[in-house]
Design a protein around this ligand. Structure first.
Ligand SMILES: Cc1ncc(COP(=O)(O)O)c(C=O)c1O
Length: 440
């Protein structure tokens, strides 16, 4: 095991050190990978060293590398090595964080990390939470909690809310989901919410939740939390804020100004595997109302009777009973680098998007569609939708950088999400230069 472990560390270090020399996205055709990997499960022990090399060189090489400094697509995951080691350590100990009796150490660490994340987002002491696999499961957990605490049948969100929220509502069987048009800056207008609630009440429905977004995936837009929280207070709605992408920006001064009012959320999700530099999987849900998670998720079957009633049983705060520790990686990396480094990393992401915007504005043929906000800038090449979509494909084939595309108000746009603090200004410039060349 020791020898294999050293080799694993060497492979990870070589991956990180060599990233810049590789394309950010590498895809192989299925037949080629199946030829390498498909076989009956071996009956006898095999050469684990060779299998490890195959894993690294073929399986893990053929992916989108969310930690690559020129991966700007969708939402990157600029991970860090310390967290990866913590994940390895936790797996090596097969850490259990489902109950107090079964894992008081991991449980306390999770409480500590949750409190750090709460403070980082500017939420009041006393907020409770749970670490989850990511934003999608955080949405499911939040919306289940909202409906349990405040029963009803109608939810409001904007046309810019992430699709995982719609999926969560579908899974939960919420009958009425009102998708409201966003304003000219892609934010959810409080007046439209108010009007929709009134119309639904007149129709005999019972609104129970409003979902707002702290940093939309499309443009980094932030919904007006203060005014939306006022509507929720007046109408007795649960306010869930999807901060999976943008909430960590609250660590910085200007991020906190942009996210003003976020502390009024009844629940807030955020994804440390996005802008807090953690490897997959690391999501988080914070809930203001004490005991709400337990009231929604607790279970007490007879076969758990020996491990019931602990100080805190995280199996009762979400949909997972057996669960590992996601706190270890967040904790160890914050201990190693300090919050100032995280803050500087987030600042850097915002500055990179501003740099991209300035470069695009100085390059003929490009239109900035939405300005840099929370490290996302969207832009468009003179020409039609087909050209703009084709540019992303051409960039991936070119192999230098990976932008992505999306559709805003019916128009295809390109998009850079620049949250990797290791990206250099020169790499942004070269990305735009190559896109310019690919358009010609
Ligand atoms: C705003 C927002 N919410 C939710 C999600 C879903 O998160 P996950 O992919 O971790 O499930 C994303 C993913 O990009 C997102 O950007």
């Amino acid at each position: 095991m020791r020898r294999l472990g050293h080799r694993v560390v060497d492979l990870v270090v070589a991956h990180v050190e060599g990233l810049r020399d590789e394309p950010p996205v590498r895809t192989a055709d299925r037949a080629r990978l199946e030829a390498l990997l498909r076989e009956p499960p071996p009956e006898a022990p095999g050469d684990v060293g060779a299998a490890l090399e195959l894993l690294a060189s073929q399986v893990l090489a053929h992916m989108q590398h969310g930690d690559h400094p020129r991966f700007f697509a969708r939402v990157p995951s600029p991970s860090n090595g310390v967290s990866a080691l913590a994940d390895g350590l936790a797996a090596g100990f097969n850490a259990f964080a489902g109950s107090w009796a079964g894992g008081s150490g991991p449980a306390v660490l999770e409480l500590v990390v949750l409190d750090w994340l709460r403070e980082l987002c500017g939420l009041a002491p006393g907020v409770e939470g749970v670490l989850l696999s990511g934003g999608s499961v955080a949405a499911l957990t939040a919306l289940a909690t909202a409906r349990h605490e405040q029963p009803g049948d109608t939810v409001y969100l904007s046309d810019q809310a992430h699709a995982s929220n719609l999926r969560a509502l579908r899974v939960l069987g919420v009958p009425h989901v009102r998708v409201l048009a966003s304003d000219e800056r892609f934010r959810l207008p409080p007046d439209a919410v108010q009007a929709a609630i009134a119309a639904d009440r007149r129709a005999g429905r019972s609104p129970f939740c409003l979902l707002a977004t702290a940093g939309t995936t499309n443009t980094g837009a932030v919904d007006p939390f203060g005014a939306l929280a006022d509507v929720c207070a007046r109408e007795r709605l649960w306010l869930h804020v999807d901060g999976a992408y943008g909430a960590p920006a609250a660590l910085t001064e200007r991020g906190r100004a942009l996210l003003a009012g976020i502390e009024r959320a009844d629940s807030l999700s955020l994804d440390p595997h996005k802008w807090l530099f953690q490897p997959y999987e690391a999501g988080c849900l914070l809930v203001r109302r004490p005991g709400a998670l337990e009231r929604t998720f607790a279970m007490a079957p007879e076969y758990l009777r020996d491990v019931l009633g602990g100080e805190v049983d995280f199996r009762d705060r979400g949909p997972q009973l057996s669960r590992g520790t996601r706190a270890a990686k967040v904790w160890l990396s914050i201990k190693a680098f300090g919050i100032a480094a995280f803050r500087a990393g987030i600042e850097r992401g915002m500055a990179l998007a501003e740099h991209a915007q300035a470069t695009l504005e100085g390059t003929p043929g490009w239109e900035v569609v939405t300005p840099a906000q929370l490290a996302i800038v969207t832009f468009r090449r003179d020409g039609d939708d087909a050209l703009n979509a084709a540019l992303v494909e051409r960039a991936v084939v070119d192999g230098y950088a990976a932008p992505s595309s999306t559709v805003l108000r019916g128009r295809t746009v390109l998009r850079l999400c620049t949250i990797n603090p290791r990206t250099t200004d020169a790499e942004i410039d070269e990305t735009i230069a190559r896109l310019t060349a690919l358009a010609e």
